[in-house]
Structure formats: structure tokens, C-alpha cells
Design a protein around this ligand. Sequence first.
Ligand code: ZN
Ligand code: FE
Length: 246
Amino acid sequence: MEFNKAQNIIGLRVLSDNVIWVWEKDKSVVVIDPSVHEPVIRYIDENNLHLEAILQTHHHSDHIGGTKYLIERWPNVKVIASSKEKTRIPFQNVSVEDGETLNILGEEVKIIEVLGHTSSHIAFFLNGKIPVLFIGDTLFSGGCGRIFEGTYKQMYSSLKKIKSLPKNTLIYCAHEYTKANLLWALTLKPKDQDIKTKLLQVEKKLSINELTIPFLLDEEIKINLFLRAKNLKEFTFLRENKDSWV
Ligand code: ZN
Ligand code: FE
């Protein structure tokens, strides 16, 4: 469990490598992509909190699986999801679009569409003192999401959108994939000192059972080959190479 003191964001590790982010403020909480419900309910009950909203980045079951049970327990909870996903995220009651801004827990939250992993994936951006991005399965530390429904071009431009955010943005993704991603990156860039150093840091964190997420955009740009790709061709090569890596 990792704690961001500035924002009160806690990661609950579930399933094999998912992380459910719990953003807490004044006894209210917002959860991002609850793949399962039990650890979320336990955390909220143990800390005497109230569930205010659920943010959904996309429709995959390891992101929405717990939502209907959380709605049973908190019937007035806001479920915020892309207006393009009314069928695949049917329990949404706040439907949002690219560029829209919402007020959540007293903070301004901007919706950024980041297509590629799915045809409607969105991210949630909090432009506070320490900017925060809940990115779902679009970017991982050292990697990016698989392209299931979108095109390489869409994913490449989604990564460009992320790169244009403030450099001190803390990025919260939905899977702890960092180590495997870095091992893959080193197969292509075996002498890359930045990646090697990052791998050592990551191994240290994992050995004491800490998450390697969130990660800082500024640092990620140095070690993530997908963010470093200079053009669509290079990005496409990397994505195909990663897809065939065991
Ligand atoms: Zn997914
Ligand atoms: Fe996922």
C-alpha cells in the first residue's frame, strides 16, 4: 500500500497485478477502476469513510468488476464514465466527454480521452499543486497498454497528450507491470543507464513489498521507450516487439 500524502491517494493491490486507487478527502472517498469490491468496502468501513464516486477509465472487467457491488452498498454513488460506453459500462450515471471538467471532492478534474487500448478509454487529470493523472491501462511505468480496439496512431497520439501535461504530474496506472516492462526495454537497449538505474530502484521497492506506482512524468519520459519514440513508425515497431515478447 502506497500513500501519497499530498493527495491522500492509496493503492489497494488486488487480483494478480491490478491496483485500485482510493482517493480520500474529509472522510469521503473516490475509487478508480474497482476491479473487485471486497477490499474497497473493507478499507472504507475500517476507516469510517463514505464512497462518493467511482471513476471508470474503460470497460474491461478488471476495471469495472466491483462497481455493481459498490452501488448496492452506496446507491447514491456517482459512477463517472465515458458517454461512449453506455452499453459496456451500463451503470454509469455521470457520462463524460473529452475535455469536460468536473468538480470531484472539491477539486477540478479534467477528462482526457486517450484512445488506443479501447475505442473510448479516458483519463482523469487533477491539476492541483501536485498534478495527478489516473491513466488506467494507457500508460504503465516502462510500458503502455496493448492496442485492443484502437489504432497505433491513436495510441501514439494519446501518449503525446500525456507528454504534454506538466512534468511534475504523478501518474497512477492500473497495473503493477513495471519490472517486466523494464526487463523488456533492456532487451532492446541493454546499455541504457537510465533504464538500468530505474530497474534497480524498482527491484528494491518490490523486495520490500512496495508499489512502483505512482511515477513522475518527467522521470518516465527518460525510461519509457514508448514515450521516447520519435515517430509513429518507431512506436509501432516497439508495440509489436513488446506484444511478441514473452
Ligand atoms: Zn484494460
Ligand atoms: Fe487492465
